[in-house]
Design a protein around this ligand. Structure first.
Ligand SMILES: [Zn+2]
Length: 233
């Protein structure tokens, strides 16, 4: 990334479940969105403020507690409730995920912007393209951060991890949809696209689509049948 870039981008490790969260925005407008504010929400907004950036909304990859807050394993994660206290702004949710996000987080749907796949949010010279990537959950989405003259960056949530992919044995999961999201949608992105996953389950915290196509077994299966066998479905 050259100094010409307008992109403001931070990857931050938070919480007890190896989550990676992101601040994505524009250096020229000094505004950013926070991806999946669940753990340590104050520290995320404080980090942006220290950088001179105002958090103007949240992007939600999917409705699991470690991404939006709520109660899990007897633990309370502050999540979107704390986000709304600190920094009221629209919460961008895939429309198929809205009901689940409301139920788990306790935030009413009226606070959401409900999106279709392909929607774009603009911040200065930065475009955040919302990719609908069902499989882990019905309304899982990835965020493709685009800027003219720069390689795009994919914030991949629990759809694509480095060397693996999200679970498909949970309520609402669908292994066939996961196959299509990985091999239909994400595999078609240009090789130089940078990949930033929702959990640090690998040694490295970032990769590229090209590298994942070569090394990630879930992007290398020949067809749906093999994928389903591989997933034990
Ligand atoms: Zn998840």
């Amino acid at each position: 990334m050259s100094d010409e870039s307008d992109l403001y981008f931070r990857q931050i490790a938070v919480g007890d479940m190896a989550n990676l969260v992101y601040l994505v925005g524009s250096r020229s407008t000094r505004e950013a969105l926070v991806v999946d504010p669940a753990w340590s929400v104050d520290s995320l907004i404080d980090q942006a403020e220290q950088d001179g950036i105002k958090v103007v909304g949240a992007l939600v990859t999917h409705y699991h507690q470690d991404h939006i807050g709520g109660s899990i394993f007897g633990m309370e994660i502050e999540g979107l409730e704390r986000f709304m206290d600190r920094s009221p702004g629209p919460i961008h949710v895939q429309k198929l995920e809205a009901e689940g996000v409301a139920k788990v987080s306790g935030i009413p749907r009226s606070e959401f912007r409900e999106h279709e796949g392909g929607d774009i949010i603009e911040l200065g010279g930065i475009r955040v393209r919302l990719l609908h990537t069902p499989g882990h959950t019905p309304g899982s989405q990835c965020f493709l951060v685009e800027e003219a003259g720069q390689p795009s960056q994919l914030v991949s949530g629990d759809t694509l991890f480095l060397g693996s992919c999200g679970r498909v044995d949970l309520p609402g999961s669908d292994p066939e949809q996961m196959y299509e999201s990985l091999n239909g949608t994400l595999r078609k992105l240009p090789d130089e696209t940078l990949v930033f996953p929702g959990h640090l389950y690998s040694e490295e915290a970032q990769s590229t689509i090209g590298e994942q196509k070569e090394t990630n077994p879930f992007l290398r299966v020949a067809n749906l049948e093999t994928f389903l066998q591989f997933m034990g479905a």
